[in-house]
Design a protein around this ligand. Structure first.
Ligand code: HEC
Ligand code: HEC
Length: 217
């Protein structure tokens, strides 16, 4: 797909014209939404309904993230198999401006609360396709390095409710986001990852990216 800024700008304008809906939720509404998400997850019928509703709304997302949540470009994150609570919270951060990205910030604040819940569930239910690294030597080093990340992201890289899954994530996106955290980029202000990434060298980031993209427990 095209990736020029002009295309993105046209694309976002078209998107805004099509999207209507309330902006971000307040903190207590976020807690309510996360409870709602859990309620839906524990009911097969509600899950089916949420999935079907999301399927109607993800056409735009699929240009970049893929219909099955496996992204179209190495620097765009896979959403497949990502923890729904994390996906939902990421939307909140884009919507409130805590996290910023040219396209995502506009998108997030133009989806309704219910849509954001449904979409988070939908992508969480897709299967991620891990890509084995063509540098097994680097991937092996990354595996060692990842030991210091396991306390939060899990021994198998699948994360938890509020910690993102990293297993099977695109190498380009891992690299990109670790650099943003490390370089204290304003687009990730306030993130728990900032002090952690501060200790990583470019070589560390490279080996972690090679390891994580191929991890598919
Ligand atoms: C034009 C391409 C594009 C489109 C369309 C798009 N995204 Fe994104 N999305 C991105 C990029 C690039 C990022 C990474 C941004 C960053 O580095 O913060 C991202 C990040 C995300 C994240 C955070 C993922 C993470 O691991 O932290 C979520 C959630 C997300 N997008 C959901 C969606 C949804 C839902 C839609 C449709 C409503 C959508 N995106 C449409 C490009 C796109
Ligand atoms: C103290 C807990 C903690 C530790 C330790 C930790 N992380 Fe994280 N990590 C998080 C949290 C929380 C987020 C979500 C941050 C946000 O939304 O700003 C995150 C996000 C990330 C992301 C972005 C994922 C995405 O989908 O956008 C990457 C990549 C990442 N961590 C890699 C690592 C690596 C590599 C290590 C080890 C060097 C590590 N983390 C150690 C808590 C941790």
């Amino acid at each position: 797909m095209h990736s020029s800024p002009v295309f993105l700008r046209l694309f976002s304008t078209a998107l805004l014209a099509l999207c209507i809906g309330p902006a971000s939720a307040q903190a207590d509404t976020v807690q309510q939404a996360l409870r709602r998400l859990q309620d839906i997850q524990s009911s097969p019928e509600l899950t089916r309904q949420a999935y079907a509703a999301a399927e109607e709304r993800i056409t735009f997302c699929s240009f970049c993230h893929g219909k099955d949540g496996n992204s179209k470009r190495d620097d765009i994150p896979n959403l497949a198999a990502q923890n729904p609570q994390y996906l939902f919270t990421a939307f909140e951060k884009f919507a409130t401006g805590e996290r910023t990205d040219y396209v995502m910030s506009q998108l997030a604040s133009n989806l309704s609360l219910e849509e954001r819940i449904n979409i988070a569930l939908y992508f969480g239910m897709q299967k991620v396709t891990a890509k084995t690294s063509d540098r097994p030597d680097l991937a092996e080093k990354g595996k060692q390095k990842f030991m210091q990340c396991q306390a939060c992201h899990g021994a198998d890289g699948t994360g938890s409710m509020d910690k993102p899954r990293l297993a099977g994530q695109r190498a380009g996106y891992i690299r990109h986001s670790l650099r943003l955290f490390r370089d204290k980029d304003p687009s990730r202000a306030g993130s728990e990852m900032i002090p952690i990434a501060a200790t990583l060298s470019d070589a560390d980031i490279e080996m972690l990216a090679h390891y994580l993209q191929g991890l598919n427990p």
